[in-house]
Design a protein around this ligand. Sequence first.
Ligand SMILES: NC(=O)c1ccc[n+]([C@@H]2O[C@H](COP(=O)([O-])OP(=O)(O)OC[C@H]3O[C@@H](n4cnc5c(N)ncnc54)[C@H](OP(=O)(O)O)[C@@H]3O)[C@@H](O)[C@H]2O)c1
Length: 326
Amino acid sequence: MKAVVIHEYGDENVMHYQDFPTPTPGPRDVLIQIKAACASRSDTARRSGTYGGATGNRPLPFINGLDVAGVVVDRGPGVTEREVGDRVVALLANGGYAEYVACHVASTASIPPNIGFEQACTIPVIWMTAWFGLLYEGELKAGETALVNAAGSGIGSAGIQIAKAHGARVITTAGADWKLQRAKAELGADETVNYTTQDTVAEVLRLTGGRGVDVALDAVGGQVYLDSIRCLAEGGRLVSVGAASGGRPSDDPATLTDKHVTTKQFGLPTAIQKGLVRPELQKCMDMLGQGRFKAVIHQVLPLSQVREAHRIIASRDIFGRVVLVP
Ligand SMILES: NC(=O)c1ccc[n+]([C@@H]2O[C@H](COP(=O)([O-])OP(=O)(O)OC[C@H]3O[C@@H](n4cnc5c(N)ncnc54)[C@H](OP(=O)(O)O)[C@@H]3O)[C@@H](O)[C@H]2O)c1
């Protein structure tokens, strides 16, 4: 099969589109013919060897890619839950930038018939991170107000929609006005703040009548993370799921706000290990099929153009996901 293989950590040029042995499914695995794979900021960190997540950098050589959509073409002898021909998404530890991947059947969820592979592959990692961050760690309830940072990011574009679908009022931020306009027009955000040109804390307090927000979801880090703590209402919860700007300051909320607030970190790998993710992923896929969510795709590229995909992600001039088609 063709795959994108990384033999050393570095910039986009360490990714090589080459022949690679097609995997064989283990006893509880399915073999998926990949129709679309999602490229993400986490992949760029794994490629460069700077990934700080719970699972750390991958041993070399490796095939990047955590989210795929495709068709089951083979299965191990212990698999009864899936048939050859099933359309599935899968949440992987790696191996997505390829024509085929073998993965445990429990990593898969069904794709609704009206949803295409390119849309479907954008869901697993990012949507589950925003989903667990807002609904489980953040305990967001209908009628509350959520602050969702970086409207054009994977986490942000999912988080806005998840919070709205669960009855929250959503204030979203971004570093560019065009992203904020799209967040309102296409994703349903109620209010927007440009964190490069506006005073985020003053603006969020103004928009909430001085009260602040109940839940903040942050994957930007740095000043945006600190400001998000200052935006919380009494009893507010900040959930940090990433630090795209490079750092997550060590926080002592007591030095940032007089209010009683909680800060938490959430990492999807822990929830996967606890077996919590698959049922929620299926619920989310079903809501996508019902038209309650929309996948946000910035661009679709052939897998062979993976280097361009990573350049686009690094540019920040992006709204939603980059999808790779083998
Ligand atoms: N906890 C988990 O399990 C988990 C799962 C998936 C991802 N993550 C992490 O979550 C973070 C976001 O992932 P993502 O896929 O949503 O990223 P993304 O789509 O690339 O978006 C990152 C956003 O951060 C904003 N940003 C602000 N300052 C930035 C800077 N200095 N450099 C780059 N971006 C900056 C950008 O928006 P503006 O240009 O509008 O400022 C950009 O849209 C990453 O750190 C990723 O590793 C964590």
